[in-house]
Design a protein around this ligand. Structure first.
Ligand code: DGJ
Length: 741
């Protein structure tokens, strides 16, 4: 990629003059096309984003006809100033107090594939300039052909002689023209992350924003789907746009519908308390915005994003077929809910024995192993003091990690390096590193404070925590990186009077740290946890291998969370654990099999005390774990087909199909049982090859709940809805494995 960027940089040096010739720019993937035009006056407009249709030239006639916008129209990167009166992508305040910016097309370059390392991608860079204020914006579009994904961002340069302030600085503005826009997005809270909201957009402005600083996605996620020209959300029909912002800090998604019914979607960093100063000669790089389009419903939009994520979007990216081989995600036993803060070496060794005995592949030591002067025996002390608590673990971490390795397990360990307890040596030694508002007490959440990652010294410290923990044993294979509070009452000693930079630079500071970690530890698996799913976004996923989807492991609640997570994010990044019921997150008592069947749809783990299993439960657990390995590769690189939504039905069902359609796994769950008539619910097994014959086998049971178990059926037949397992009560579930002859 570096080579592409350099080549384009060279080509673009010529792009400095105001264009005189109208231009049409077509950014194409295998099935989609984004078309922009520049008219003779230099206005750059977004004319079309949808199914690929061919020659874009006629759009120039539309420009020439002067049948154009009324000021709030399809400007590709709208600014405050000129004719435009809608929500801007860019709003600049100049040194003299002026608020007006007008950007004009000054040229573009599409990198020929021959100079690209990856012929699946082409890169287009468009230069916009304001001749009056000397602001310049480069819009970058990277088209990923096979995945039908376009990734875009803006680079904003102050070419003037005085500093300016960026009041709005979006990554992307996209323009749509449809009769109706059905917005699907996710909101939530701790233990109920990723809840689907759907609404028809009205003639007003809809804003989805996070101002949490960190844990930015604990409520809203920086992603969405838009179903066009419909009031119905469909998996299989209709035009659907999906978008996701790759940023782990405050974000804002604005859906601005003008008086002609057209929709502008402006996405980027939230400018909340973040007016960003830009000195002469400096460039601000906005985060990537990821777009995809499907003309056959939401299912394809999700699959496009998942396939893109496999290859480009998640740390350790690679070819789909190689991905899993290179980056196997082990099943695991996590110590948290089984031991919390109360354990000894002996407790951990017994859990490791149990994990190995049950066929799991890794043991993860969660919170509670560190701090001596302020031992971490609860959540009120020790954060920041990353030394082993030898009262609890006199033999140290290496002893436990090596024991796990000797038993054939990998070993993982928990850290929360961005945070500090007031009761810690760190808080006493470095009060200037804590995020705080001058002259006020610092609010505590979960008895802790946030470290100021905008400060390079703190970045060094946080990097050092990771590096130091990795030195505790050469047998550390996995790190769970936690982050358990939001930022309130913000303030940075380091930034002095430039507090406006805080939120942006905190997030960039995190990425600086992660870049350094990845340079030294490219192969250590790192889980992104933030009180569960507080940091689920494609910005974090560049550095992390997986997410902790939610602290809520209740099978019922997980149906909603996992369904919604997978609208945008692939199943293989989704940590999904079985824990005891009821537990501290949920009072629901779901059957163990139901919990396993749900967790087996992600990266399977257990988070309980195995010695508390009855013999029957343990046998079931071992059976479910063993069968998971039969189809685990499909969780990691299969195509997801959602068969039934928990939000719209009494049943949740989904399937993963191998890329060559030779194998599949189908999950079915009854979430609400209304009446006896309903127990045999028919699901259409989409995604199979209609011409091929598949043998269907139910897993994890002695007696199947489907009459067709063990038999062979064509993909066409299985797509009719005749697949109707008997799920006779609330929390019945069944998992089926399909293999083509
Ligand atoms: C919050 C996480 O989400 C949990 O899984 C666990 O690691 C605790 N923190 C530990 O304090």
């Amino acid at each position: 990629m570096k080579r592409i960027l350099l080549s384009i940089a060279v080509l673009c040096t010529a792009l400095t003059a105001r264009a005189v010739e109208p231009a049409v720019i077509s950014i194409e993937t295998d099935h989609t096309q984004l078309i922009l035009t520049a008219d003779a006056d230099g206005n750059l407009r977004t004319r079309y984003y949808g199914a690929r249709f061919g020659n874009p030239a006629p759009f120039l006639l539309m420009d020439a006809s002067r049948h154009q916008d009324n000021g709030a129209g399809p400007m590709t990167y709208p600014t405050t100033g000129g004719k435009f009166i809608g929500t801007p992508a860019l709003h600049v305040r100049y040194a003299d107090g002026n608020h007006n910016t007008e950007l004009f097309y000054a040229g573009h370059v599409t990198a020929p594939e021959s100079i690209s390392e990856d012929t699946n991608r082409s890169v287009t860079r468009i230069r916009l300039e304001d001749p009056v204020t000397a602001m310049a914006v480069d819009l970058w579009f990277v088209a990923h052909k096979k995945e039908d994904v376009i990734v875009t961002h803006a680079e904003i340069t102050n070419r003037g002689k005085k500093s300016v302030e960026l009041l709005d600085y979006a990554s992307s503005a996209m323009h749509f023209e449809a009769d109706k826009y059905l917005l699907t997005h996710t909101w939530g809270g701790w233990a109920s992350e990723m809840q689907v909201d759907r609404e028809l957009l009205g003639h007003d402005t809809k804003v989805i924003e996070s101002r949490r600083g960190v844990q930015a996605t604990q409520s809203n996620n920086p992603s969405f789907m838009l179903s066009l020209n419909t009031e119905e959300f469909s998996e299989t029909a209709g035009e659907v746009i999906a978008g996701a912002l790759a940023w782990s800090g405050n974000f804002r998604l604005t859906f601005d519908r003008d008086d002609a019914g057209r929709l502008n979607v402006i996405t980027g960093i939230s400018p909340f308390a973040a007016t960003y100063p830009l000195a002469p000669g400096k460039t601000f790089h906005t985060p990537d915005m990821i777009w995809t389009f499907s003309d056959c419903g939401a299912g394809q939009a999700s699959r496009n994003l998942h396939r893109w994520a496999w290859k480009y979007g998640v740390h350790g990216k690679g070819e789909v077929s190689l991905y899993f081989e290179r980056h196997p995600r082990p099943t695991l036993l996590n110590s948290w809910e089984g031991a919390y803060f109360t354990f000894t070496t002996e407790t951990l060794l017994r859990m490791i024995d149990d994990a190995a005995g049950m066929g799991l592949e890794m043991f993860v030591l969660d919170d509670g192993w560190f701090a001596k002067d302020y031992p971490r025996n609860g959540d009120d002390a020790g954060l920041g003091d990353w030394e082993v608590n030898t009262d609890k673990l006199p033999e140290g971490i290496d002893y436990v990690a090596s024991y796990a390795h000797d038993k054939g397990l990998k070993f993982g360990i928990w850290i929360e390096p961005e945070m500090v307890n007031p009761q810690s040596n760190l808080a006493h030694n470095h009060p200037e590193w804590v995020v705080k508002s001058p002259g006020r007490d610092i609010y505590q959440e979960r008895n802790q404070w946030v470290l100021d990652l905008s400060n390079p010294a703190v970045q060094d410290f946080v990097y050092g925590i990771f590096d130091g923990v990795m030195q505790l044993s050469k047998n550390i294979d996995y790190v769970k990186w936690d982050c358990n509070r939001v930022i309130q009452s913000f303030g940075s000693t380091y930034l002095g009077q430039e507090q406006d930079r805080f939120f942006v630079e905190y997030c960039q500071g995190l990425y600086n740290v992660m870049r350094r970690i990845r340079a030294k530890y490219p192969d250590v698996l790192i889980q992104c946890c933030s009180s569960g799913g507080g940091r689920v976004d494609y910005g974090a996923l560049r550095y992390f291998d997986e997410i902790w989807t939610s602290d809520n492991t209740d099978g019922d609640c997980r149906a909603y969370i996992q369904y919604a997570t997978n609208l945008i994010y692939p199943p293989f990044i989704m940590g999904a654990h079985v824990s005891a019921v009821p537990n501290h997150q949920s009072g629901n008592v779901t059957p163990l099999k139901f919990r396993f069947d749900m967790a087996c749809a992600g990266r399977l783990g257990l988070e309980l005390q195995p010695k508390n299993f009855s013999a029957r439960e343990r046998a079931l657990a071992e059976r479910c774990i063993a069968s998971y390995y039969q189809y685990r590769d499909l969780v990691f690189n299969g195509d997801l087909y959602r068969l039934s939504s928990p939000y719209d039905s009494d049943y949740y069902a989904l399937m993963y199909v191998s890329p060559d359609k030779s194998r599949a796994v189908v999950y079915t769950y009854c979430l609400r049982y209304q009446n006896r008539e309903g127990s045999q619910h028919g699901f259409r097994l989409d995604g199979l090859d209609p011409e091929r014959s598949y043998r269907v086998k139910e897993l994890n049971v002695d007696r199947s709940c489907w009459w067709g178990d063990g038999k062979e059926f064509s993909g066409a037949f299985l797509g009719t809805g005749a697949f109707n397992p008997d799920l006779p009560q609330k929390y019945s579930s069944a998992v089926f494995y399909l293999e083509a002859k």
